[in-house]
Write a protein that binds this ligand. Structure first.
Ligand code: PEP
Ligand code: MN
Length: 347
């Protein structure tokens, strides 16, 4: 990792360092942070001769050789000062809440519009809505590209940014073109490294954020952070880590709730942690307690399924979605706890 003395290298300086690393079979990938751009050396960066030549350049402050599989996402990385802003909110400065239906019903768009209005009213800062759905049962509704227009119409009506899951490369382009602010990587695809790379390539140079769910089958937290590194390595570090429960489920719950990994994540990475209690416990009645537990563990945000009329929803909504009232109560309590944890006076 090359850290320049100024905010970024000039084109001539970039050309010079690119030329040096090329002699050693490496390339340079600029990573644009909020405060300054840093330059990842991609390839085998262990050659002392290469490092010495780079360190000798008068515009280079230092070469960081963090021995970590996730050198950009690592808390010791220069990106630790990077702040992610979504829709005017800086993650970490207030509890960031994403809420909305699991699945947009293209036949009944009003359910989505009314849910989106309720999500805004409850005080969430981003609306979620599934356009394309990863379903365990191949005969279940798989989503519909037409729902993308409904999602963006919900964004237009509320003025809030929107998040949706992309499952294949074709979805990425469609979602970005339509104006989706946050691409979601689902629990089934969090270990799909070619999709992670495709997302990284597509969001590089954009303000787009990525909500990376923890895979149902992920083990150590390093595996989760390394998946985020796949995306960041292409140049956009706006990644939110989303624990959402793992398999096998705790008896009675849909998954094994994993909000308790939040402090571990926060010790190892600077990335904000946005917990999804809805998929974790899988039942609306248990979601508020799990949401509060996540905040108590230090989460920076929550991703909550919510629907104006859960029993009329599709996908996970009949079981998991909070009603508008449940959502408002949960957000209010979660914000109060968040302020208590930060020692911020209520108000
Ligand atoms: C979802 O957010 O609706 C979803 C399918 O989540 P996950 O990938 O965590 O199962
Ligand atoms: Mn869902």
């Amino acid at each position: 990792m090359i850290l320049p003395k100024s905010n970024r290298l000039t084109p001539a300086q970039l050309a010079e360092v690119t030329g040096i690393v090329a002699e050693f079979g490496c390339t340079i990938q600029p990573i644009i942070g909020a405060l300054r751009t840093i330059y990842a050396i991609v390839g085998d960066e262990r050659d002392d001769l290469m490092i010495n030549r780079l360190e000798g350049l008068d515009y280079v402050e230092r070469i960081d050789r963090i021995q970590s599989p996730f050198k950009l996402m690592d808390k010791r990385s220069d990106l630790a000062s990077h702040r992610i802003r979504i829709g005017g909110v800086t993650l970490g400065e207030e509890l960031f809440v994403i809420a909305g239906p699991c699945t947009i019903d293209p036949k009944n768009p009003n359910y989505f519009y009314e849910s989106a209005a309720a999500v805004k009213e409850a005080g969430a800062q981003m609306i979620r809505g599934g356009v394309w759905k990863p379903r365990t049962n191949p005969y279940s509704f798989q989503g519909d590209t037409r729902s993308l227009d409904i999602l963006l119409e919900g964004a237009r009506r509320t003025g809030l940014p929107v998040d949706t899951e992309v499952m294949e490369e074709a979805h990425i382009g469609l979602a970005l073109e339509a104006g989706v602010t946050c691409l979601q990587v689902g629990a089934r695809n969090a270990l799909n490294y070619s999709l992670l790379r495709a997302i990284g390539r597509a969001v590089a140079g954009r303000e787009t954020a990525v909500l990376l769910k923890r895979s149902i089958h992920m083990g150590p937290v390093n595996e989760f952070i390394s998946a985020a590194e796949y995306i960041a390595a292409f140049g956009n570090p706006n990644i939110l880590l989303c624990p959402r429960g793992t398999a096998p489920g705790l008896d009675g719950y849909r998954n094994h709730p994993d909000e308790s990994i939040t402090p571990l994540l926060k010790e190892k990475t600077w990335a904000p942690v946005v917990v999804d209690p809805s998929h974790s416990v899988g039942k609306a009645a248990y979601v508020p307690a799990s949401a509060l537990a996540a905040v108590a563990y230090g989460a920076d945000g929550l991703c909550l399924e919510a629907h104006v009329s859960p029993s009329h929803g599709i996908g996970d909504d009949p079981k998991q979605a909070l009603t508008p009232e449940g959502l408002s109560d949960t957000i209010r309590q979660a914000r109060a706890l968040w302020r208590l944890r930060r020692g911020v006076k209520a108000g």
